[in-house]
Design a binder for this molecule. Sequence first.
Ligand code: BGC
Length: 488
Amino acid sequence: MDRLNDKRIVAGVTVVAVMVGAAAMFFLNKRNRTSLTSRSTLQPAYEQAIAQIKQKFEVPTDYIQRIKEGMESEFKLGLSKPTGEKPSSIKMLPSFIDRIPTGHETGISYALDIGGSNLRTMKLELDGHGKVKTILIRKSSISHELQTGDADALFDFIAASIGDVVDETAESNNFGFTFSFPVDQTDVSSGKLIKWTKGFQTKNVEGQDVVELLNNALERSGIRAKVTVLINDTVGTLISSAYDPSDGETVAGVILGTGTNASYIESKANIEKLETGEKEGVMVINTEWGNFDSPAYSVLEPTEFDLTIDKNSPNFSCQHFEKMVSGMYLGEIVRLALVDFAEAGFFSHRNSSYILTPYRFGTEFMSEIERDDTMQLIHVDAFLKRIDINNTSYQERKLLKELCHAVALRSARLVSGAIAAIVDRMGKKDTKSVVAIDGALFEHYPGYAGHIEQGLKEIGYNNVVLKLIKEGSGYGAAIAANVMSSTE
Ligand code: BGC
């Protein structure tokens, strides 16, 4: 009896043990399952925060349309004779480039290209079949000291880089100078800097002829070279694309990089403000669209972050469009928004120097973050560790990714309105037209070109071809120097 009871007890204990074990496994598995899924499920508070981000940076179709219309009327005003009334926010600067290359030009030319903080000096050969061959290239970056110091130091530095590539006979050669800032030109080989952009503050350059400053520096250093053509980087991009017409007729050159701007081909007859008598033919116009809607915002819809960027910039109330669009500013918009999220308890890494220091969170970081398609955003995690932001939660990573996406998407959709304005201005809405684009934002930001195309389609522009042009700004200077010096 006792033995029977013992057996029953043992059996009972075993059953209970098995049941407890099974229950434990069940709960353990369940816990594991919930912890895996919960890492990729958003908490409602984060869902709400992301919805707010999307709304804040949204550019609906009618907003793209308003950008297009607003730009077009500023283009028109910018081309007209000044009346003393409110001037256009878009300067529409004549470039005096009135010959477009055919692709058949040949010969050696030199180019000096100053973009944002990069400087390139090149010896190039035009092959007569739409291709440019680099014979020599020297790259350097313009230090913060030079960007904020005095004119002579900056131009001596530039002259030295020219000295490295020109040869003894350079004086008789073509030299194109790409200067990527707004310049008021009265002919093809000289022009006064109107105002620095993109953070440059070098003293005693605004209001001065930059070619004269450069020629003086060349003379000081005994370098035998002379600038024959001065152009903007957008003009270089247009000219460079036109030199290889295999993809169709290029109508405009656009830069989407540190800064943003566009140039296009206009009939001289429409450039009312042009003083010269000749009204036949065409001329490339450097729009300087980055200044659109400045000094007062009336079309653009800035967020509090855009307003902070403008307020703290060395060029307050200028370049409003550029500050919402270009690579110099997108990372800073994200950083400012992250600081706000940190204060509201959504992001616990506010002490990282990348979050604390203005302009330390670069637009290239956003590209890295957007590229991660993994469920748990593991690449974002790894990337953030590289910039000293450790132990992020899935919620935080997702918030950050959505923020980057929203800021870049807004930029591209604003640009689509601007490109449509140019295509319309040229009467090319219904014909295939090539818009040549250079700049890291366009070239490297994931999905960026597609967002522009989508925006264009939404407002009925289906014939625009966006063509990536690499090195266009520098090559274009060499090509323009060749074309403009030809006697034909
Ligand atoms: C300048 C333009 C330039 C653009 C792209 C802007 O900040 O004002 O002249 O074309 O940047 O580099």
